[in-house]
Design a protein around this ligand. Sequence first.
Ligand code: TYD
Length: 140
Amino acid sequence: NIMTVDDVRLFELPKFIDPRGSLSFAEQNNQIPFEVKRTYWIYDVPGGESRGGHAYKSTDEFIIAISGSFDVTIDDGTRQKKFTLNRSYYGLYVPKGLWRVMDNFSSGSLALEFASTKYDRNDYLEDYGKYQELRNDGKI
Ligand code: TYD
C-alpha cells in the first residue's frame, strides 16, 4: 500500500502531570502503531543542521522530541507537510515510503525514534530523483 503525507499522524501521548514532574509513555502496538525492533536518538545537533533526507522502503517510524523542538517535513513526491515537535508528549507516526527531513533543531534538543525494522542500509532511498521515479511508477 502506497503511503501519502495524509497517513502521517501527530499523536498526543498520555501524560501524568504531578507536582513531582510529568510522565508520558508509549507502548508498542498501542500508542506506537507497530512492533518496535529498534530505537535510536539524535542529539548534539549543531544549529542550522538537518538530518534525514531519505525515505525508507519498509520501515515505519515514530518520533518524539523528548527535549527541545525540531521540525519534520514529510514529502510523498507530490505534497509536503511540516510537523513541529515541541512537546515531550507528542509522537509523530511516519509510515514507510515517505521522504523526510528533520531540521530547525533547538539547542540541546533530543529526538527519540522508534523503528519497525532493524538497521539495514538497503532499506534507505537516498536519491530524491530516484524516489520520485519510484513514486511515479507506484512502486513505493
Ligand atoms: P543516518 O541514517 O545518516 O542518520 P539520519 O537519518 O539522521 O540522516 O545515520 C547516521 C549513521 O548512523 C550512519 O552511518 C548509519 C548509522 N546508523 C546505525 O548504525 N543504526 C541506526 O539505527 C541508524 C538510524 C543509523
